[in-house]
Structures are given as C-alpha cells and as structure tokens.
Design a protein around this ligand. Structure first.
Ligand SMILES: Nc1ncnc2c1ncn2[C@@H]1O[C@H](COP(=O)(O)OP(=O)(O)O)[C@@H](O)[C@H]1O
Ligand code: SF4
Ligand SMILES: [Mg+2]
Length: 330
C-alpha cells in the first residue's frame, strides 16, 4: 500500500451461504484505488461488481451473505475489523456510495430537504435546534447547487415523486458527497437514466471529482462509459479481477481474452450501426466454479493447463496486469 492509495481491497471473498449451496459472488478480488483517480470496475451482469462494493461498505444484503476472507484497507485501516458503530461513522464521511436506482436511496415519505438536512446533521452530530436548522438549510441548498439543481430553495420542499429520475440521482449524489468523503463508490449510477441524462450525470460526476479530489470507484457493465470516465480500469469476471491497467493501454492493447471480447462488443461509431457483438456462451455458475481459468469455457485460446490450473497474474506493463496463461509478460 503506497501513500497514494486511499482504498485497497486484498483477496476479498464474499459468499452467499444458501441451502442449495454456496454462491461465490466475490471470490478473490484485489485492487487499489488511488487518491483522486477514477477506477472503473467493469464486467458482465452477475459477475460480482455490486457485491464487491457492498462488501467494502459493509452493507451486505440480508440472506446468507458473508465476507469470509480478505482485507479492505481505507487509508491503511482494515475496516472489515471495525465495529458496526465505527462503520456508521465512516460511511458518508470517508466513503460513500451511489446506487443504480435513486428510488432505493431516497425515502418517498420525506422531502428532499429533510433527507439532505438529516444527512448533514448526522455528519455534524449536532442537535437540531432553530439555529442549526438555518445553518443546515443553507448547507443543503449549497449541496443541491453543487449538483447543478436549479432553484434549490424551492426543491427542498419537494418529494422524490415530484422529481425526474435524473434529478433524483443528483439529489442522491448531493447526499453522498455532502460529507466530503475521500472515496465515492458509484454503482452503475446512470443505468436507470435516459441516454442524454446519463451523459449529463457522468459529466457532473467528473466535475465533482475534479473539484473535490475524491477518488471514485466507478462500476459499470459498459466499456464505452469506462473510456469516458475512468483513469484506470479493473475487469471482473466470475468473482475475480482478470485484468487491470490504465484505460488507454487496455483500450489499445487489451491482454486478457475476456477484455478483448468485452471491448469488441462496445458499439463504435465506425462499426455497422446497431450491430452489437456479444460474447458467446455463459459465464460459469458461481456455485460451481472451475478450478482452472474461469473464462476457459468461452475462450478460443483455451488449452489443457487453462482447465487444470488458475492462471498466475502476469505483469504485462508497468501498471498493467492480466490473469491468463497465454499472456506474454512484459
Ligand atoms: N441476494 C442474493 N442471494 C443469492 N445470490 C445473490 C444475491 N445477490 C446476488 N447474488 C449472486 O451474486 C452474484 C453477483 O451479484 P452482483 O454483485 O449483484 O453482480 P453485478 O453487480 O456484477 O451484476 C450474482 O450472480 C448472484 O448469483
Ligand atoms: S488462461 Fe487460457 S482459457 Fe483463460 S483466458 Fe487465458 S488462454 Fe483463455
Ligand atoms: Mg450490480
């Protein structure tokens, strides 16, 4: 861990222990997020991206999910060892999260203003007096202005159902960054939005990131969005990171056959319109993972040792690694 690193995840394992078996949703994930960077976490739906994020936040869904192994170092402290009370102190102040659907983050029965004020008060640990109310309202208005919501004073009295999806996601963003966290996890924050609204939201996130210097772990299934948003990218497949490196390098020279297939499936302006190449076959069941390379069943380069042994992590460039037997080390 270098001083540059703000969040480091080491060999994280989060499994679902169900009656019908063990789902190894996160099964040996490691990555490091540096101060002020945007790191993409990309992979097909179901590969364990959200579970990775929820494990880091210590907000696992109910119903058998447990983090059984690994470390999550936030500024060097392993937060997996923190008490629930300590975690509540950290969330919002040092690490925050924006989820895919703003609906699940906002409470329909409270006004936007109440929800923002509540978040601000919780962070300040101040009692809610008449004096603090005025101060907190000023902060709430400023927070809405920061996420480019027009006429913020009027918006405070509105309820979530009176706002568009894009507006709601801005409010969620305002709440998430109101505590000025060093790390923001954005889990497919634009997937539920219209295309033009998506672009606006991405631009907004990028601007906020530049202004505040926070680091963002940006989760998406869309490599196109990675190119727009991220400095580096970690590619996830069946519960593990299979390739990691600077976005430019990975776009220009992807090493892992899975990354190559993912990039080939991004629609391009120059390509035939409307043709989206998909990757043939299915990822392996997370209940029954192969011992060897997890991509082998879909990989045209697979050979016997791929089936027999999980590949070593190979350094293919100064900051670029891939888990594949066929990749030539730098
Ligand atoms: N509540 C749950 N109960 C059992 N298994 C789950 C649950 N939620 C997710 N999973 C399993 O964990 C895997 C990873 O889920 P998730 O992290 O949400 O994927 P992603 O965000 O990459 O789409 C899924 O493929 C699924 O098998
Ligand atoms: S290790 Fe083998 S099966 Fe896996 S991606 Fe590399 S070549 Fe394909
Ligand atoms: Mg997800």
């Amino acid at each position: 861990m270098t001083s540059e690193t703000v969040l480091e995840v080491r060999d994280l394992h989060t499994h679902f222990f169900l009656r019908r078996g063990v789902v190894k949703a996160v099964d040996g994930v490691s990555f490091a997020l540096r101060r002020g960077e945007v790191l993409g976490l990309v992979g097909e739906s179901g590969c364990g991206k959200s579970l990775t994020a929820l494990s880091v936040m210590r907000l696992l869904p109910k119903g058998g999910a447990r983090t059984i192994k690994g470390e999550v170092l936030l500024d060097g402290e392993n937060i997996l060892e923190h008490t629930p009370a300590k975690m509540r102190e950290i969330r919002g102040r040092r690490i925050s999260m924006v989820l895919q659907d703003p609906q699940t983050s906002l409470n329909p029965v409270f006004s936007i203003g109440d929800q923002l004020r509540e978040a601000i008060l919780r962070r300040k640990r101040a009692p809610y007096t008449r004096a603090s109310r005025a101060e907190v309202t000023r902060e709430a208005v400023a927070a809405l202005r920061r996420v480019e919501i027009a006429a913020p004073e009027q918006r405070l009295d509105q309820y979530p159902h009176q706002m568009s999806g894009g507006m709601k996601q801005r409010v969620v963003g305002a709440i998430a960054i109101s505590g000025e966290p060093g790390v923001l996890i954005a889990d497919e924050p634009t997937t539920a939005l219209d295309v033009t609204i998506q672009l606006q939201y991405l631009k907004l996130l990028k601007r906020l990131q530049a202004e505040t210097g926070m680091a963002i772990l940006f989760i998406t299934h869309d490599f196109g969005v990675v190119g727009r948003m991220c400095d580096r990218v970690a590619v996830m497949y069946a519960g593990r990171i299979v390739e990691c490196g600077p976005v430019r390098q990975i776009f220009e020279a992807p090493s892992h056959p899975y990354t190559r297939a993912l990039i080939a499936s991004v629609p391009t302006m120059s390509g035939p319109v409307g043709r989206l190449a998909t990757i043939e076959g299915q990822p392996p069941s997370l209940m029954d993972l192969p011992v060897g390379c997890r991509f082998a069943s879909r990989c045209s380069l697979a050979e016997q040792r791929c089936l027999d042994v999980y590949p070593d992590t190979v350094r293919v460039g100064e900051e670029h690694t891939a888990d594949c037997w066929k990749v030539v080390p730098a």
